[in-house]
Ligand binder design. Sequence first.
Ligand code: NAD
Length: 258
Amino acid sequence: MRDAAVVVTGAGGGIGAALARRFAAEGARVVVNDLDPDKAKAVAGEIGATAVPGDASGIVPAAREALGGTIDVYCANAGVGTGGGPEAPDEAWELAWDVNVMAHVRAARALLPEWLERGSGRFVSTVSAAGLLTMIGAAPYSVTKHGAYAFAEWLSLTYRHRGVQVHAICPQGVRTDMLDATGKAGDLVLRPGAIEPEAVADALLAGIAEDRFLILPHPEVAGMYATRAGEPERWVRGMNKLQRALENETDSQEAGPR
Ligand SMILES: NC(=O)c1ccc[n+]([C@@H]2O[C@H](COP(=O)([O-])OP(=O)(O)OC[C@H]3O[C@@H](n4cnc5c(N)ncnc54)[C@H](O)[C@@H]3O)[C@@H](O)[C@H]2O)c1
């Protein structure tokens, strides 16, 4: 990673900041992007990186310029944890689609000509275990993370023989602001096994060393994914049990202390 030109979106905090710190520690030249300029500048200042604030959807040209004309590794990490179901307003669904999927598509569109001409490049997608499984209480998040996974997989199978490596990181709970915002559902399914953002960075670096597509910072997700594929009825029944546990917990809390 020494001297590699690396971009990390949504790197003003959480997993993105941990990725940026880790790449900088490995000797990479890093661009720190975040929608929040103060957060981007704070992380960039701490690690000797360059801040390129703004919506992750359109930052490739500015990031490329800040890195001297080329990008070696692009981490599409910014994401929104939109909750709710079909009742969530269209604007909420559209934001989830835009940030969790289309920002990756637009970045790939801007990066691929350079990478294909050179015969090398690395696209890292911070998906989620919700992209392989689901997240109770959060339909827009579950649906768009499936989209992010599908896109990363498609990129990988289409361009790997032309030198473009793709990694899909699919963690369960990670101790960040996003986890704190998931409320009761997060407390039930994510918090018990939650890991630190630095562990996600470790898993990514290990995956990069092997050019591995699927990065599972929680290895047990592989078994759940296999159950979902092989025993879909059992899988849905099991997840419904969790949904009911969530409803019971919410009901008993609404009833107040007994
Ligand atoms: N925390 C978890 O439990 C968890 C688990 C699996 C996957 N993820 C995924 O990891 C990624 C990072 O999440 P996190 O937990 O670090 O969350 P976080 O909320 O701590 O950080 C996300 C950052 O992205 C920024 N951001 C949001 N929209 C943006 C946009 N359009 N352009 C640029 N920046 C934007 C936010 O300002 C924030 O600083 C997300 O894609 C998330 O879905 C998180």
